[in-house]
Design a protein around this ligand. Sequence first.
Ligand code: ADP
Ligand code: MG
Length: 262
Amino acid sequence: MVARRLGRRKAPLREDFMLKEQKKVDEGFDTKTMIYLGKFFNKGIISRLEFRTATGKESDIYIATAGPAIANKYKFVMLKFFRIETSLFVNMTDYILGDPRFNGITSSKAGIINVWCRKEYGNLLIAEKCGVKAPKPFMSNGSILAMEFIGDKNGVPAPPLCKAAVRDPKAVLDSVLADMKKLYAAQLVHADISEYNILMHKGKPYLIDFGQAVSIKHPNAEEFLRRDTSNLLQYFSKRYGIKIGVEEAVNFITGSGSVSPS
Ligand SMILES: Nc1ncnc2c1ncn2[C@@H]1O[C@H](COP(=O)(O)OP(=O)(O)O)[C@@H](O)[C@H]1O
Ligand SMILES: [Mg+2]
């Protein structure tokens, strides 16, 4: 500021610069994270880390250039770094402990993050298998998850539903409900459906953020499904005036109602 007022800016000392960069690395990646990251290079999933594109509730999202193992099909990879110090950490246990898939797991912080990361990877695999539009998972290691980048060929990520221009909102809602039905048939409830966790790509909705998705055997699965459905319908009702009953939609998703709600 002073330098600018004087009309002349002193070039930063190299040491200052190095310290700043070091601090960035210290804040972003600790040694453990660097070791986790190394494996993504070694396995050919990524060849270069590009830049941070988003900071989520409990993660930092980076774009990387696809590595030789997948470069024939993909240009970019999305890396999700789960933060150990997340304040939502306590909530994570609620979603993991009631899920029979994770019986007998550790309750240490690093352990929970590890399980959470693998859980999102596994959930994305289920989504892929049952034909839901969601990022393809590539690999999970420690607190890092690599998945398909949803966005254009220049590396611009797809916008969330709340920021996208939607031409046919009814078709988008239908598509999300159909994907929720497919997930349910594959025994999964997303449990965090919102206009932020749906990305609009080439006019189609893609579900993301599967960390908290639970097995339908989780004691709160029904409640999570009802909440997801209600949030989704509320959004489409408020923004686009599309009115569908929650009951009707839940019946459609769980298969007890045969008629498509819209
Ligand atoms: N596969 C992806 N492709 C493009 N953008 C993504 C992808 N995954 C996440 N993002 C972006 O990063 C943000 C945070 O990711 P998300 O999985 O929702 O993390 P959090 O659990 O921290 O909310 C998203 O809102 C979205 O903008
Ligand atoms: Mg999210």
